[in-house]
Ligand binder design. Structure first.
Ligand SMILES: *[C@@H]1O[C@H](CO)[C@@H](O)[C@H](O)[C@H]1NC(C)=O
Ligand SMILES: *[C@@H]1O[C@H](CO)[C@@H](O)[C@H](O)[C@H]1NC(C)=O
Ligand SMILES: *[C@@H]1O[C@H](CO)[C@@H](O)[C@H](O)[C@H]1NC(C)=O
Ligand SMILES: *[C@@H]1O[C@H](CO)[C@@H](O)[C@H](O)[C@H]1NC(C)=O
Ligand SMILES: *[C@@H]1O[C@H](CO)[C@@H](O)[C@H](O)[C@H]1NC(C)=O
Ligand SMILES: *[C@@H]1O[C@H](CO)[C@@H](O)[C@H](O)[C@H]1NC(C)=O
Ligand SMILES: *[C@@H]1O[C@H](CO)[C@@H](O)[C@H](O)[C@H]1NC(C)=O
Ligand SMILES: *[C@@H]1O[C@H](CO)[C@@H](O)[C@H](O)[C@H]1NC(C)=O
Length: 903
């Protein structure tokens, strides 16, 4: 007796202790049991921590039409631990009835009495009535106490590892209440999840047949609901992985399972094996149709939850550590049932359009339900509830930021953003427009389709019809000229003076031609003078002598001795004059920057007095004081970066810029941003901190970029003889038919380009011109290959786009030197040399005449004379006197010519 009473005291003490410390009942645990249930009429979530049922009536109804009603129903007692809830939707007459109902299973903590209750709520007043029934008890706490309602909503069914029951909802009567070993004969079974069809249910859990070995297995059992008897059980996983019995008997999230029935097909999620098992019901038995085992790197919980969306597609809840970009540790993958692999997901939740607000602080999802109409409800580990209604065609349900202190977040259908479309209703995001089509996303009517583009630049996800010629690339880099073959002034003079081109323009400026013309004229005059010497033209002799005198005075070949030399001098004067004109004009053709018109004086129109050399030189080498200035100017030039995002939905508010430091530290840069309403182009510009910065432009939001143009500009400065040219170049980047990748690295290397122009005269200073010339590294523009390998759904998972620009400078510079071929003094000297050369040339011709031509002529004359006399002798002697005078005359002509060539 005393023993008994002391036991009683201890028992009460324990109960008392547990009652207040909740040692047996973890009131904060949301994962065990089913703490949330929903259909299209009612959403219920139970919170043991707050002793409250949160009820939303018509949770997915369009807010604009009839707002959903929210009711909080207090437990009314602290001595209640709710295990599971199930909703009783009265879809058929939901709008006429004012009452909605749900059921829950609970335990009286003080006595560990399990019971089941029906709560009826008035939609208009939130008034609730509670009807409860105790069920069979052993007097120990239940680990899992599941409840479900059949499709006809007549009965609710409860399952634990020790008992099962059937409750008539209308009459609030427990019609069946039996030991678990009656339902599962010769089988110890711990139910973990259930789903109920019309007359049958599938319950998954752990069980063993041999009570000595106690080898637990993953089992799926088909239950006949009329008598609550097992029809058949099926081993879900052939792997005989050792299951720790204590983990199965008590709550352990690793051993959670989930089940979802659609028509005759049943999905079972076993995240311990990263698998979803597809079962087919066949009268009284289940059979495995398929086992989808999907492994994502760094995630090991594929199948944490499963739910059918419609009779083809289903959702799989997976906990992940890699895809955290959407602010969640969990992902819901939506699959077409025909193909379930790690890359074949149709889309995910969350995604770049359906984000989780930062208020949810990176949760993971513990339970997911999809209502018959396809609306989704998600419970997070922070007890927040996400309600994602199915959105009509052209819409997607998006997160609406709210400042209210709520725990229920209702996504709201919004029209698809620019560049996307949605041609079916559902919970998913809008899809990206295919190449060569576009959707501006401004007219609400059109978001279901993308319209074909007419212009050239229309990649994937285009939101405008843009002509890419509006954003051209250009560059200031030019080829430095090369020096012509001839850089010797004498060669140039000779080439140009003794040249008659074939073109008319060349001919009329050809010195040689004019010299020849003058020479011919002079020859005619010379011939005339010779003829005038004849006795027959006696009257002209005075004129001839006068001309001879004049010509003797102009003679510079024979130093005033020969009148023929005087005539030749005219030709020399013409030749020399032309060469002086050429020289005078040629020397002006320097530097090439100052030459605008082409040459008049030479046949080659690009002839110039400049020679060029180009080399690379190390920046580290010491520089002269003169040249230092241009290096300073180049180093001080401020770069302004402008990034034009073409065909994008990113607005100015989405864009931020930062400068990166080592250790992933960064500072923000202030930007100027414009977005004209007319075209889908956003332009960001900011000053680059240094010439070797690493800057990053972050664009957040569910948008894409079709292409971008990167421009860097800098102002020019003139400082004495050093001129810094203004920098202006732009480069357009785009990938054919693709969007720009989520992370793009553009590396630009700058090279100093310095033109050194030496002075034409010794007193002129050397001019320096400097310009930065960029070169681009190869840029990986698209993530297409990544999506092709790891799944196209990844296109929609990230809502951050980064363009990183790394600037650097080459350790050498390009040194271009321009020098005149000839300077003034040198040219004068060469002109004089040339003059004397011309005179010498003519003198040489005279000399040749004297030495070669004259003896030859004389020979001919002698021969002719001999011949003549021989003839004469044979003919009459009378005629000899007159002939001899003629011969004397001829010999005199030769003599006089001979005299004029004497030097
Ligand atoms: C909105 O609810 C009121 C009553 O609460 C009802 O009379 C009305 O028909 C409802 N409207 C719609 C569009 O469902
Ligand atoms: C179920 O267990 C109870 C007691 O634990 C026992 O009395 C009963 O006979 C069992 N029923 C079956 C069908 O094994
Ligand atoms: C359910 O399955 C049966 C037989 O497989 C089929 O005839 C029926 O169309 C299915 N119903 C739905 C809604 O899929
Ligand atoms: C369904 O059951 C029948 C007979 O019970 C059997 O012949 C058939 O193979 C089963 N189908 C499947 C898919 O298990
Ligand atoms: C899927 O369900 C729809 C109705 O919801 C039905 O028209 C269609 O035939 C079903 N498809 C299959 C393959 O069962
Ligand atoms: C967009 O419009 C602005 C102003 O209307 C214009 O300056 C810019 O060049 C346009 N860009 C494109 C790509 O059409
Ligand atoms: C780009 O897309 C258009 C339209 O879909 C297609 O005709 C073209 O072949 C594609 N080009 C490439 C290189 O994929
Ligand atoms: C250097 O000279 C060339 C030829 O005139 C010119 O094209 C180029 O722009 C100049 N470069 C700089 C840096 O001034």
């Amino acid at each position: 007796m005393s023993h008994d009473s002391s036991m009683l005291v201890i028992h009460f003490f324990l109960v008392y202790l547990c009652h207040f410390s909740w040692c047996l009942y973890d009131r904060t645990n949301l994962i065990a049991g089913v703490k949330i249930a929903a259909n299209d009429d009612i959403l219920v979530s139970a919170s043991n921590a707050f002793s409250n049922f949160a009820v939303a009536i018509h949770p997915f109804r369009n807010a604009a039409l009839n707002r959903s009603t929210h009711c909080n129903i207090r437990y009314g007692t602290n001595d209640q631990f709710v295990h599971s809830v199930a909703v009783i939707g009265n879809e058929k007459n939901s709008s006429t009835l004012d009452i909605v109902k749900f059921v829950f299973t609970a335990e009286k903590m003080s006595t560990m009495t399990p019971y089941v209750c029906i709560i009826s709520i008035s939609k208009s007043t939130c008034k609730s009535t509670l009807e409860c029934n105790d069920v069979y008890t052993h007097g120990f706490p239940q680990e899992y106490f599941l409840i479900g309602v059949d499709r006809s909503e007549k009965y609710a069914y409860g399952f634990t590892s020790s008992f099962v029951f059937k409750l008539n909802i209308q009459t609030n009567e427990i019609v069946l209440n039996r030991m678990a070993n009656d339902t599962w004969p010769s089988l110890h079974f711990i139910p973990r999840a259930l789903d109920i069809a019309d007359s049958w249910a599938v319950i998954v859990g752990y069980g063993y047949e041999n009570s000595i070995e106690k080898d637990y297995n993953d089992l799926g059992c088909l239950i006949d609901l009329s008598e609550l008897t097992k029809l058949s059980c099926l081993l879900l996983n052939a792997e005989t992985t050792y299951i720790v019995p204590s983990d199965v008997v008590t709550f352990n999230e690793l051993y959670e399972m989930s089940v979802s029935i659609r028509n005759q097909t049943i999905l079972v999620g076993i995240h311990r094996f990263e698998s979803v098992v597809v079962l087919e019901k066949n009268n009284t038995s289940l059979s495995i149709v398929n086992t989808h085992t999907v492994h994502f790197s760094h995630s090991s919980s594929f199948g944490r939850g499963v739910a059918w969306i419609d009779n083809r597609t289903f959702a799989v809840l997976t906990r992940t550590t890699t895809l955290q970009t959407c602010g969640s540790q969990s992902m819901i993958f939506i699959y077409d049932g025909a193909l379930v692999t790690s890359t074949s997901a149709l889309h995910t939740f969350p995604n770049n359009q359906q984000i989780l607000g930062s208020r949810l602080s990176n949760p993971h999802f513990v339970r997911m339900t999809i209502t018959p109409k396809g609306n989704m409800v998600v419970l997070t580990d922070h007890a927040d509830i996400l309600m994602i209604p199915t959105a009509p065609i052209g819409y997607t349900s998006v997160w609406i930021d709210t400042s209210a202190l709520i725990y229920r977040f209702r996504y709201v259908p919004m029209p698809c953003i620019g560049g996307t479309y949605k041609n079916h209703s559902g919970i998913g995001p809008c899809r990206i427009c295919p190449p060569r089509t576009q959707n501006p996303g401004i007219s609400v009517k059109q978001e279901s389709i993308c319209v074909p583009c007419s212009n050239s630049f229309c990649p994937l996800g285009a939101s405008a019809d843009i002509d890419s010629s509006i954003v051209p690339s250009y560059n200031q880099a030019v080829d430095y000229p090369e020096t012509d073959d001839t850089t010797d002034i004498e060669d140039i003079l000779l080439q140009n003076v003794f040249y008659i081109g074939s073109e008319f323009r060349c001919m009329i400026i050809s010195p040689l031609l004019w010299t020849l013309i003058v020479g011919i004229l002079c020859s005619i005059i010379g011939l005339a003078m010779c003829l005038l010497k004849r006795d027959r033209y006696h009257g002209w002799r005075s004129y001839r002598n006068c001309a001879k005198l004049i010509f003797k005075h102009t003679d510079i070949i024979g130093e005033g001795e020969l009148w023929v030399g005087g005539l030749a001098t005219f030709a020399i004067v013409v030749l020399v004059a032309f060469s002086y004109w050429f020289s005078a004009a040629f020397i002006q053709r320097y530097p090439i920057e100052r030459i605008s018109e082409s040459v008049l004086f030479a046949c080659n129109p690009s002839l110039m007095n400049a020679k060029f050399s180009s080399s690379l030189q190390l920046l580290a080498l010491p520089k002269s004081i003169d040249s230092q200035a241009i290096f300073n100017l180049l180093n001080q030039q401020k770069f302004q970066l402008t990034l034009e995002l073409v065909n994008t939905g990113f607005m100015c508010r989405n864009i931020k810029a930062q400068e990166n430091f080592v250790d992933s530290n960064f500072i923000h840069l202030s930007i100027e941003c414009t977005r004209p309403a007319s075209n889908a182009t956003t332009s960001v510009s900011f000053q680059l901190p240094t010439h070797s910065s690493n800057v990053q432009i972050n664009m957040s939001g569910p948008h894409w970029i079709g292409g971008f143009r990167l421009c860097i500009r800098g102002d020019g400065v003139v400082d004495g003889s050093s001129t810094l040219r203004s920098l202006d170049f732009c480069q357009f980047f785009s990938a054919l038919n693709q969007t720009i990748g989520r992370k793009t690295l553009v590396s630009i290397t700058f090279t100093k380009n310095i033109n050194i122009t030496r002075g034409l005269n010794p007193e002129d200073s050397t001019l320096y011109t400097g310009l930065w010339i960029p070169t681009f590294g190869s840029v990986k523009l698209t993530d297409d290959a990544y999506y092709a390998e790891f799944g196209n759904y990844l296109r929609y998972t990230s809502s951050l786009t980064i363009i990183q620009i790394v600037l650097d400078e080459r350790p050498f510079f390009v040194k271009n030197v321009q020098e005149p071929i000839v300077r003034r003094a040198e040219l004068i000297f060469h002109a004089l040399l040339f003059t004397s050369l011309c005179i010498e040339l003519f003198a040489f011709v005279f000399l040749l005449t004297k030495l070669l031509l004259m003896p030859f002529l004389r020979l001919i004359q002698n021969r002719w004379r001999q011949c003549y006399y021989r003839q004469k002798r044979s003919s009459t002697v009378d005629m000899s006197s007159s002939t001899s005078t003629q011969v004397t005359q001829t010999s005199r002509v030769v003599d006089s010519f001979e005299g004029s060539t004497a030097f």
